[in-house]
Design a protein around this ligand. Structure first.
Ligand SMILES: *Cc1c(COP(=O)(O)O)cnc(C)c1O
Length: 479
């Protein structure tokens, strides 16, 4: 284990010295003043640089290699986006600045919203939500306000078992009762079962499209008709819109509410907790319920409108995670409509290529073409005493990032793989070679998989303890 920065600290070492003050020194004595000095590490500049370079080199990231986490869309984040997001006009702006001094920023938010409307066919978007799950909550709050406005007491939100795991949580947080609909043997919603399940109590059908098996609901038209016939709304979790860009416009097929993840589909960096952005789009009849403030344009001037009678109010301070908007907008403008369609086509092509190779070594429960991702099962290796977790731990020894595992729950020993469009054929082959070799190892030398990983800075962690009770303490007085 390498030492922490606190263990490397030596009293009196400095990377930077603040010049002596040439003003008279006044002591401040406030009730909440610290009694002891802040226990910061003391180091020279070069040692600090080396410390962080050493840590960074232990990390795995999308600039280092393929990052095929299913449902996460870990694509390349073009550096031009970073350059644009660093422009002084954006970074030097204060969120309390008057609208007249922040026309460029407001115009960018306005144009991004218009671009998202063009891509999705929705009437309007709010850019406030800070993540996908936050967007889900916002969307369900809009549905709640809509039904409250109509005096309807609908309590149930139907969620297919192929939906993303955050959906039931967002629905429950908003006070609705989530109800699961089982998918059929093809991994899709069965319209007949849906018809029998939707009632006057149903508020929303919340479906992930493509679903978490990487499949497009082939009966989507009928599904939406059934839900609308009962006066309920259709919510589309569009976090994986990467597969549909330029191909499907959800607003045109009757989706009422949807969210996008700018930090997935639109190439803004993510992982490690943010920052993200999960804009929510609505059809015409729900525009009045969107959060305020909203950016509007009047005769070439951009304004913030903060009052709207039906609005659910604010869900984020100011406009949202503005810096993420800049990167997403740069991405959209760089690629343009045809380029974005190519993104989806190549994401689908890459996933189908990998799926076709890997179904020979692993089980594919739902065969046939997929969209942007596919879900393998490692259940065929159980007879050798090997599980999905052993397979992905071994992948780390091959220097590759693991796919999502044990999700979705409807696939036993699931390996959920989303290669994304930015990976070359050589990289896909390298990844497939490793997974094929691991399937052979499972049969010939399963102990290698049980011991893995052996080449990483830490071996197997207890994941539940690591997530729930992380050991973050460091030596020294940090009070
Ligand atoms: C990632 C994802 C979410 C959640 O998004 P966060 O930004 O992590 O909150 C929701 N739904 C689907 C389908 C996703 O892939």
């Amino acid at each position: 284990m390498s030492k922490t920065i606190f263990e490397k600290s030596r009293p009196g070492r400095r990377g930077y010295r603040i010049p002596e003050s040439d003003c008279p020194i006044r002591s401040i004595d406030l009730p909440h003043m610290r009694k002891t000095p802040l226990g910061l590490p003391e180091m020279g500049e070069q040692d600090i640089v080396r410390h962080y370079v050493e840590l960074a080199s232990k990390n795995y990231h999308v600039d280092k290699g393929i990052y095929p986490l299913g449902s996460c869309t870990m694509k390349y984040n073009p550096l031009v986006n970073e350059e644009v997001a660093r422009l002084d006009g954006f970074t030097g702006l204060h969120p309390e600045q008057n609208a007249s001094d922040a026309q460029g920023a407001l115009e960018l938010a306005y144009r991004l919203e218009r671009a998202l409307c063009d891509l999705t066919g929705m009437a309007a978007f709010t850019l406030q939500p800070a993540a996908g799950a936050h967007g889900e909550l916002t969307g369900i709050m809009i549905a709640r306000a809509y039904f409250a406005g109509r005096g309807e007491k609908r309590k149930v939100v139907l969620i297919p078992d192929s939906a993303h795991g955050t959906n039931p949580a967002s629905v429950a947080t908003c006070g609705f009762a989530p109800k699961t609909i089982a998918s059929n043997e093809r991994g899709l919603i069965d319209p007949e079962l849906l018809e029998r399940t939707v009632t006057d109590e149903t508020a929303v059908l919340m479906l992930t499209l493509p679903n978490t098996l990487g499949l497009f609901e082939s009966s989507i038209g009928e599904i939406i008709r059934i839900v609308h016939a009962k006066g309920a709304l259709v919510y589309m979790d569009g976090a994986n819109m990467n597969a549909l860009l330029g191909i499907v416009r959800p607003g045109e097929i009757g989706v009422d509410i949807m969210h996008l993840n700018l930090h997935k589909t639109f190439s803004t960096p993510h992982g490690g907790g943010g920052p993200g952005s999960g804009p929510v789009g609505v059809a015409k009849h729900l525009v009045d319920y969107l959060p305020v403030p909203r950016v509007v344009e009047e005769g070439g001037v951009f304004k913030l409108v903060s009052r709207s009678e039906k609005s659910i109010g604010r869900v984020h301070p100011y406009l949202g995670n503005f810096n993420v908007f800049v990167k997403a907008y740069a991405y959209i403008r760089t690629l343009g409509g045809p380029g974005l369609r190519e993104v989806a086509e190549n994401a689908i092509l890459n996933a189908n290529y990998l799926s076709a190779r890997l179904k020979k070594s692993y089980d594919l429960k739902y065969p046939g073409p997929c969209m942007h991702e596919f879900v393998l099962s490692a259940r065929n290796l159980k007879k050798f005493g090997v599980r999905a977790t052993d397979v992905v731990k071994r992948l780390l020894d091959y220097g590759l990032h693991a796919p999502t595992v044990y999700f979705p729950l409807i696939v036993e020993e699931a390996l959920m793989i989303e290669p994304v469009e930015t990976e070359s054929k050589e990289t896909l082959d390298h990844f497939a070679d490793a997974l094929e070799k691991i399937a052979e190892e499972a049969e010939k030398c399963p102990e290698k998989l049980h011991e893995a990983p052996v080449t990483t800075p830490v071996r197997r962690l207890d994941e539940a303890v690591a997530a729930r009770c992380p050991d973050l303490c460091c030596p020294g007085d940090l009070e």
